[in-house]
Design a protein around this ligand. Structure first.
Ligand SMILES: *[C@@H]1O[C@H](CO)[C@@H](O)[C@H](O)[C@H]1NC(C)=O
Ligand SMILES: *[C@@H]1O[C@H](CO)[C@@H](O)[C@H](O)[C@H]1NC(C)=O
Ligand SMILES: *[C@@H]1O[C@H](CO)[C@@H](O)[C@H](O)[C@H]1NC(C)=O
Length: 721
C-alpha cells in the first residue's frame, strides 16, 4: 500500500492553497492540511517547527507527522509505545477531531512473554477493541527472529474500532495482574506495511525490557463531514453520490468511520479526482486533466494520441493522401461555417446546451415523479402547476434584487407578477445542497396535498433550474413575527391575536389529522406565519415537514427546528411526534401574550428562552409581570390567563403531557367565545372530555428539576438551522 504522497506528475497540479507553503521539511502538506494561518481547513491545522533543521511537522506537542496522503486520506505519525502495564495510547488528537486511528492500516502489537494485552475503548465504557496474547518457550526474553509476530514472543492482531485514544491493559496469561512481569516489552499500534517489513528485525537488537525503540509509525485516517465541511464538499449531480469536493472533476464518496462508543460523524466523506484527472480535489481547480499522451507508456498502440479532457483518443494512422483529404475537408468546413456565420452556430449550440441542462435539472429534481404524482390526482392537478423557467424569469424581472420579499429558512422569496397579472411569491434556494432540494420537493408534495384556508397555497413549481423554484400565493402583510416584534405603530389587538392563534392552531390540527397521512410541520414559529391584509393567518414554510402514516408514531429523525421553538424532548431523543409542533405552538402563544421574542436578553443573562421564563412565571403566579400591557388595557386579562395555562400545558417538557392540537384548538375557540374561564389553577372548559387530561393537572412540585433540564437545553450548543 502506498503511503507516499500524491506526487504531482505535472508541476502545475496544486498541492496547497495559493500562497501557502506546500511542505514542512521533507513532508508535503496538502490542503485541507496546513500550518500557516489561512492555509488549512477548520480542524486540519498542524504545527511546523521551523527552528529545527530540517523543519519538522507536528500534529500535537509530541506527535510528529511523517507523511500525509490524499489518495488514502491518511496521516502517518510517530506514536509512542505503551510501556506501562496499565497505560493509555494516544494518537495525539482529541475526541471530535477529524482524525482517528485507522483500523484498516494498523496492527495492535504486543512484545513480551506469557502476556495477554487488551486494547480498550475508554476507561468508562471499557469495551474490548483488540486482544492479543503471547507465549515464549523460554520465558525469559522474547525472540523476534520470527518476524511474522505470530504469538511467540510477539503477537499482532487487527483492531475493531478506530478511535483517537485507547486504554491498554496487560495481564499475565493466568489473568493475574502482575506489574513485575519482566518480559513485557511494550504494546503499540503500528502501520501494517512498516511492521511487516524488516523493521521487526531491527527492533530485535534491543532487549525489550530496556528497548531503545520508543516510537513507531501509526496510520491515522481523516475525513470530511458533509454537514461540518459544507463548502469544501458541494452538491454535484454528475457524481454517483450526488456530491463532489470543491474542485470540478472530483467526486465524493462515503467512508466507513467507526467511532466506537462515541458519536460517529454524521456523513463522513472523502474525495477523489475523477478518472482521467489528478491533483487535489480539496482545492478549487485542484483536479487537472492528465495528459495521457505524455505518459512514459504511450497509451495508443497505433496512431497518434490526442489528449482530451479526462481522456484521450487514438487516431488512425493517416496516409499522406488521406491527410490532404482531411485538411481539405477541414478547410472546406471552416469556409462553410464562416459563410453560415460562426456566431449563429455557436449561439445555437449554447441554446441547445442550456436546454439540455434545464432538462437535466428537471430530471434531477424528480420532475417526472412529481409530474406523475400531480397528474395522478385530478384534484391536485387542478391546484398545482409546473411552471417553466422563462415564465418565472419574466415575472420576477430576472430575479431582480428589488423583488426580494425576504429570506426564509430555505431560500430567498421574490415577488412575481405572472402574465395574467396574478401576484405570486416565488421561493428559490440559496445554495445547492441535495438535502435542500429534497426539502423543496418535500414541500411541493406536502403542500400539493393540502387544502386549508390557513395554510399558504402552493400554485406550482419550476424544476428546470438547478434548485427548484416554488410558486405560492402572495401574502401581502408580512409575518406574525414582524407584527409582534418588528414594528410598534400598529400593535395587533388582543382579539386579532386570539383569532390568529386559533387559525394557526386549526391549520396545525388539520395537518396533524387530515386524511390518510399526517404532516408534522417541524418548524412552527411566528416567522412562518404569514398575515393577509385582513390579518388572516397562513402557515408557511413546509421545507422541514414530514408526512407520517397515521399508524407510525415517534419516528427518529435528524433534529430540525429553530432555536427558541424547538421541543427539548425532540432535541434530546430525536424522536419526532406531533407534540413537538404543540411545543412550538406554545411558544407562539407565549409570544402573542407577551410580545417578547422566543430568545431574549434579560439583565441577568443573555439568550434566555421565553418558553422557560414564561412557564416559571406562570407557576409562580407572576404571569401578569410579563403580560403585554396592551392586553391589560383592552381588558383581555382574564382570557390571557386561561391562555397562559394553555401555554404551560403546551410547554410541558414531556410530550405526552401536552394537549393535542385539536384540544388546543377547542380551548382557543372556547376562549374566543368566552366559554372558558380562569379559576386560578386549571382551565375549566365546558367539555368534559378535556377534563382530567394530564396537562390539566397542577404539577407545581416538579419545577426545579424541570428547569435545570431546560436550562441545560438552552445552553446546549448549535441546533441545525
Ligand atoms: C489547532 O488549532 C487549535 C485551535 O485554535 C489549537 O488548540 C491547536 O493547538 C492547533 N493545533 C496545532 C497542531 O497547531
Ligand atoms: C480513490 O483513489 C484511491 C487512490 O487512487 C483509490 O485507491 C480508491 O479506490 C479511490 N476510491 C474510489 C471510491 O474510487
Ligand atoms: C491495572 O488495572 C487493573 C484493573 O483496572 C488494576 O486492578 C490494577 O491494580 C492496575 N495495575 C496497576 C499497576 O496500576
Amino acid at each position: 500500500m502506498a503511503l507516499e504522497l500524491l506526487v504531482p506528475t505535472v508541476a502545475a497540479v496544486p498541492v496547497a492553497l495559493p500562497g501557502c507553503p506546500e511542505a514542512c521539511g521533507s513532508v508535503t502538506v496538502p490542503y485541507p492540511f496546513g500550518f500557516r494561518p489561512g492555509c488549512f481547513h477548520k480542524g486540519f491545522n498542524l504545527t511546523c517547527d521551523e527552528t529545527r533543521h530540517p523543519p519538522k511537522l507536528f500534529l500535537s506537542d509530541d506527535v510528529e507527522v511523517d507523511a500525509i496522503s490524499l489518495a488514502n486520506s491518511t496521516v502517518r505519525v510517530q506514536s509512542k509505545m505503551v510501556k506501562n502495564i496499565n497505560g493509555s495510547w494516544s494518537a495525539g488528537v482529541k475526541d471530535g477531531s477529524v482524525l482517528a486511528m485507522s483500523p484498516e492500516h494498523n496492527f495492535f502489537v504486543v512484545i513480551g512473554c506469557d502476556l495477554i494485552a487488551s486494547l480498550i475503548d475508554g476507561p468508562q465504557n471499557a469495551s474490548y477493541v483488540s486482544v492479543s496474547a503471547t507465549r515464549c518457550d523460554n520465558s525469559s526474553a522474547p525472540d523476534l527472529s520470527d518476524t511474522s509476530c505470530s504469538g511467540v514472543g510477539c503477537c499482532r492482531t487487527t483492531i475493531a474500532w478506530g478511535l483517537p485514544t485507547y486504554e491498554v491493559q496487560v495481564k499475565d496469561l493466568d489473568q493475574q495482574v502482575d506489574d513485575t512481569t519482566p518480559t513485557y516489552g511494550g504494546a503499540f499500534i503500528v502501520d501494517r506495511e512498516w511492521f511487516s517489513g524488516t523493521n521487526v528485525g531491527a527492533m530485535q537488537n534491543s532487549t525489550f525490557a530496556h528497548t531503545k525503540v520508543t516510537k513507531v509509525p501509526t496510520v491515522l485516517q481523516w475525513w470530511l463531514d458533509l454537514e461540518r465541511d459544507y463548502g469544501l464538499v458541494v452538491s454535484d449531480f454528475s457524481s454517483p453520490s450526488g456530491w463532489r469536493c470543491i474542485s470540478l472533476n472530483s467526486f465524493a464518496f462515503i467512508v466507513a468511520v467507526s467511532a466506537g462508543s462515541g458519536a460517529p460523524p454524521s456523513y463522513p466523506v472523502r474525495c477523489n479526482c475523477s478518472d482521467g484527472y489528478e491533483g487535489n480535489p480539496y482545492i478549487l481547480h485542484g483536479c487537472q486533466d492528465i495528459d495521457e499522451c505524455k505518459q512514459p507508456v504511450h497509451p495508443c498502440m497505433h496512431g497518434r494520441c490526442i489528449n482530451m479532457p479526462g481522456t484521450y483518443r487514438c487516431s488512425a494512422i493517416i496516409s499522406l493522401p488521406g491527410l490532404i483529404t482531411v485538411i481539405s475537408i477541414t478547410v472546406g468546413l471552416a469556409l462553410l461555417s464562416s459563410l453560415l456565420g460562426v456566431a449563429k452556430i455557436s449561439n445555437k449550440l449554447k441554446q441547445r446546451r442550456a436546454k439540455k441542462l434545464r432538462h437535466k435539472f428537471f430530471m434531477r429534481n424528480h420532475g417526472l415523479l412529481l409530474q406523475q404524482s400531480i397528474s395522478s390526482s385530478k384534484d391536485i392537478a387542478e391546484r398545482t402547476r409546473i411552471f417553466c423557467l422563462e415564465e418565472l424569469e419574466q415575472s420576477t424581472n430576472n430575479f431582480d434584487q428589488n423583488r426580494i420579499l425576504g429570506g426564509g429558512g430555505h431560500g430567498t422569496v421574490y415577488k412575481g407578477i405572472l402574465s395574467d397579472q396574478h401576484i405570486v411569491a416565488i421561493k428559490k434556494a440559496k445554495i445547492v445542497v441535495q438535502r435542500e432540494i429534497n426539502q423543496f420537493i418535500n414541500e411541493v408534495v406536502i403542500l400539493s396535498q393540502t387544502n386549508h384556508r390557513n395554510v399558504v397555497k402552493l400554485f406550482g413549481c419550476c424544476l428546470e433550474t438547478e434548485v427548484p423554484l416554488l410558486v405560492y400565493e402572495f401574502i401581502s402583510n408580512g409575518t406574525l413575527s414582524f407584527h409582534l416584534h418588528g414594528q410598534t405603530e400598529n400593535p395587533l389587538s388582543w382579539k386579532d391575536r386570539l383569532r390568529i392563534a386559533l387559525e394557526t392552531a386549526r391549520a396545525i390540527a388539520y395537518l396533524h389529522s387530515a386524511a390518510t397521512i399526517s404532516v408534522y410541520h417541524r418548524d412552527i414559529k411566528s416567522a412562518n406565519i404569514l398575515l393577509t391584509d385582513t390579518l388572516t393567518s397562513k402557515l408557511s414554510d413546509f421545507g422541514a415537514s414530514r408526512s407520517i402514516e397515521l399508524d407510525e408514531t415517534g419516528i427518529l429523525t435528524a433534529v430540525q427546528g429553530t432555536y427558541g421553538y424547538l421541543d427539548p424532548e425532540y432535541y434530546y431523543t430525536g424522536r419526532l411526534t406531533e407534540k413537538s409542533d404543540v411545543y412550538s405552538f406554545g411558544v407562539i402563544l407565549a409570544e402573542l401574550l407577551t410580545r417578547v421574542t422566543p430568545v431574549f436578553s434579560s439583565h441577568s443573562s443573555e439568550g434566555t428562552s421565553l418558553a422557560s421564563h414564561v412557564v416559571s412565571l406562570i407557576r409562580d403566579n407572576r404571569f401578569l409581570d410579563i403580560l403585554d400591557g396592551q392586553i391589560v388595557e383592552e381588558g383581555g386579562t382574564e382570557d390571557a390567563e386561561v391562555v397562559s395555562r394553555l401555554v404551560e400545558a403546551c410547554l410541558s417538557l414531556k410530550g405526552e403531557e401536552r394537549p393535542t392540537m385539536r384540544q388546543v384548538e377547542t380551548i382557543l375557540q372556547d376562549v374566543q367565545s368566552s366559554k372558558a374561564h380562569y379559576n386560578g389553577q386549571t382551565i375549566s372548559v365546558n367539555q368534559s372530555a378535556l377534563k382530567g387530561q394530564p396537562w390539566n393537572k397542577n404539577k407545581g412540585g416538579e419545577g426545579t428539576r424541570i428547569y435545570s433540564m431546560e436550562n441545560e437545553f438552552i445552553q446546549s450548543s448549535e441546533i441545525p438551522r
